[in-house]
Design a protein. Structure first.
Length: 718
């Protein structure tokens, strides 16, 4: 019994030990199988790499063979080219040798006889071998870079290959002999390209001093390397300069016809004196600053434009060529610019400037600090993230309102004093109930319209505007207190100047009638509108004109703003040497969009003195129709008293009617029905009045004069 137990235990332990052995054997076999599969996969990858490398090597070998073939062909072509040159030169050499033998005789023949005799074929072969030897050596040396190193397939198993596409598509640089590279047959081939740059990258000089040096630099860069002659450079200067600056070059070239080099030197010297000198640039920059308008508090665009102008001044100041700009670093030079800022920015600059002085211990902040301040404020106010829809609409409206009301601000207090002298009952009635100004005059309380009231008309223009403003009456029609001028739909026309912007009651200047008693009971007005239209200045007979036609100095010209020839407009200009100032009609200002406040002035004519107010226009250029000349116009004053009689315009038909004027008929333009008489040029532009040529004729016949703006005819024509 004692022996049975161990045996039984052995019997029980036997099956379990067998199972554990089987499990270990299965695990061992599984591990061995995994190792075999990994090795097979690695071997397959290595074999794939070897195959890829062999394929790449085969292609490289083929490429090298093709390159060698290409080099051989190029060398053969070079040899063939030399053979061709030799073959072409041999007949010429033979001919020259024959001629030399005939001239020199025996001595020449003896000298040639001393040379070793060679046939043409031998000379050709020697020349080709001499010149192609170096080329072949260079070709072989360069092609040696393409030889492949022997591959060792057994070593590829230990190499880590790069399977990326870029590694197997390497760019091979082909080195060719320098002797086989053909030089450019035309060393001047780049010249046409540079000449094309002259027409594509250059711009016409705008005759502004501040842009002269940038234009000159651009011009010299474009013409550099083109080997232009002095005469050609003068022609290019005339083409790309403005009307005024090109006139200088034309005169200089006309003088130095046979010495264009000296003419070119004088041209650049003249241009620098007129446009590139420090004084001219400083004057141009300061003029732009002075002409810059005062900025409205709600006009951020103008503030940004001022910032750009200040940055231009900073750049010019830092270059050091303009010593006059140093005054901008002082309060005297900077304060005129500060005054153009809105009041809130003036206060803000005062605070920033004072703080800068305290922190940096200087007498005054530098101009660069002020320019940065303005640019920063302009950036803040032009940030679209903070635009308000209501303020955007109000900018333009408020600006126009301020422009119209600036001239009348000084008269509000005096007008209030005059109105307060009225009786209390009148004031009470006016303030409580607004009468219908079309039926009852608010001044005399009589049944006549305000626009026909002579008492109202005899007041000054500013007093009339102030009265309308206080009563809330329309500035356009003076017939309603229920709408403003901007909303007025009534068609109006002044009986005194035919303007469609105001009625006769708001015409500038005194009333056309003489001493009347406007303080009478009814104000001295009539019930009809025709009575205020009496105009003693009329010097023409109304009705059909069957009498002779009289011509005067009227020229058809083109006018455009300075620097904007694309906005040229054809119009007629009256040349009046009896006028001390040049005038322009309101249509001229509207045509070019000239804004500004009305400035009063006195107009003296045969009818007497007239107080008028009008706008001012500057920086305009006048040219004859052929554009051969440009004339700077002076400040033009708005005036609607300029005559508009088109029958006085000279025409070719008028010249054809007179024998002594036949020769100039072709120089007078036909009557342009679209052009209007908009300008009157006075003595403040003397150039247009100077007579360059004249055709007199008989004593009683009209005569013609050639002016800078064209031919004119004066006198009774037909």
């Amino acid at each position: 019994m004692m022996d049975a137990t161990p045996h039984a235990e052995e019997q029980q332990a036997g099956p379990s030990s067998d199972r554990s052995f089987l499990i270990r054997s299965a695990a061992a076999s599984s591990s061995s199988s995994s190792q075999n599969s990994s090795a097979s996969l690695a071997a397959a990858k290595a074999r794939a790499k070897v195959l890829a490398a062999r394929a790449c090597a085969a292609f490289v070998q083929k490429e090298n063979e093709l390159l060698m073939e290409k080099a051989r062909i190029d060398a053969a072509l070079a040899t063939l080219k030399l053979d061709k040159e030799i073959a072409e030169a041999e007949p010429e050499a033979d001919a020259l040798e024959s001629a030399a033998e005939q001239i020199d005789g025996g001595s020449r023949a003896s000298n040639l006889g001393s040379l070793p005799h060679q046939s043409p074929h031998e000379r050709t072969s020697e020349y080709v071998q001499c010149h192609s030897k170096a080329a072949s050596q260079h070709a072989l040396v360069d092609l040696a870079h393409h030889q492949l190193q022997p591959h060792n397939p057994t070593a590829l198993n230990n190499v880590a290959f790069d399977h990326s596409v870029s590694a197997r598509n390497r760019k091979i640089t082909h080195m060719l002999p320098s002797q086989l590279i053909k030089p450019d047959a035309n060393p001047d081939g780049s010249y046409p390209t540079r000449r094309e740059l002259l027409t594509s990258s250059l711009t016409i000089f705008d005759n502004r001093s501040e842009s002269y040096w940038s234009w000159k630099s651009s011009f010299l860069n474009c013409t550099k390397g083109t080997d232009l002659t002095c005469s050609e450079e003068l022609d290019l200067l005339i083409k790309w300069l403005g009307p005024q600056s090109s006139a200088h070059v034309k005169r200089i070239r006309a003088v130095h016809v046979n010495d264009s080099a000296r003419g070119l030197i004088m041209t650049w010297s003249r241009l620098q004196d007129c446009y590139g000198s420090p004084e001219m640039i400083e004057k141009a920059l300061f003029d732009r600053v002075e002409q810059f308008p005062k900025i409205n508090n709600r006009d951020p665009v103008k503030l940004r434009e001022l910032g750009d102008l200040l940055q231009e001044l900073v750049s010019a100041q830092q270059e050091g060529n303009l010593p006059g700009l140093s005054c901008l670093d002082t309060s005297r030079g900077l304060n005129p610019i500060v005054e153009k800022l809105p009041f809130n920015l003036q206060d803000k600059w005062m605070s920033h400037g004072s703080m800068y002085k305290e922190q940096n211990h200087v007498h005054f902040p530098p101009f660069t600090y002020f320019a940065d301040f303005v640019c920063r404020e302009a950036y803040i106010r032009n940030n679209p993230s903070f635009f308000l829809s209501s303020s955007t609409v109000a900018i333009v409206k408020q600006d126009n309102t301020v422009k119209k009301m600036d001239s009348s601000k000084n008269f509000i207090s005096s007008h209030m004093t005059e109105v307060s002298s009225m009786s209390d009952s009148d004031n009470t009635e006016t303030s409580s109930v607004k009468p219908d100004v079309e039926k009852q005059c608010p001044i005399h309380k009589k049944p006549h319209p305000l626009k026909y009231c002579k008492g109202f008309r005899t007041k000054t223009l500013e007093e009339r505007k102030a009265f309308l403003r206080q009563g809330g009456i329309c500035f356009r029609c003076c017939s309603s207190s229920k709408h403003l001028a901007k909303d007025c739909k009534i068609a109006v026309q002044c009986k005194e100047c035919n303007s469609n912007k105001h009625i006769a009651a708001l015409h500038p200047g005194p009333a056309p009638w003489h001493n009347q008693n406007p303080e009478s009971e009814n104000g001295g007005e009539d019930d009809t509108e025709s009575s205020p239209t009496v105009n003693s200045k009329c010097t023409e007979v109304c009705g059909e004109n069957n009498g002779p036609r009289s011509c005067s100095k009227i020229c058809l010209i083109t006018v455009h703003p300075k620097g904007r020839p694309d906005r040229s407009v054809r119009l007629y200009a009256i040349l009046d040497d009896q006028s001390n100032r040049s005038l322009a009609r309101s249509e001229f200002f509207d045509l070019f969009g000239v804004e500004g406040t009305d400035t009063p002035y006195t107009l003296q004519t045969c009818a007497g003195l007239t107080e008028i107010s009008g706008r001012r226009a500057t920086s305009f250029i006048a040219q004859p129709l052929d554009g051969s000349l440009s004339i700077n116009l002076p400040t033009l004053i708005e005036c609607n008293y300029i005559p508009k009689d088109r029958s006085e315009i000279p025409t070719p038909e008028v010249a054809e009617c007179h024998t002594h004027l036949h020769s100039i008929a072709q120089h007078i333009p036909q009557l342009d029905p679209e052009a209007q008489i908009l300008l009157l040029l006075g003595r403040d532009v003397l150039q247009v009045h100077k007579v360059r040529d004249q055709q007199n004729g008989p004593n009683e016949a009209p005569y013609a004069q050639r002016l800078d703006l064209g031919w004119v005819i004066i006198g009774e024509a037909v």
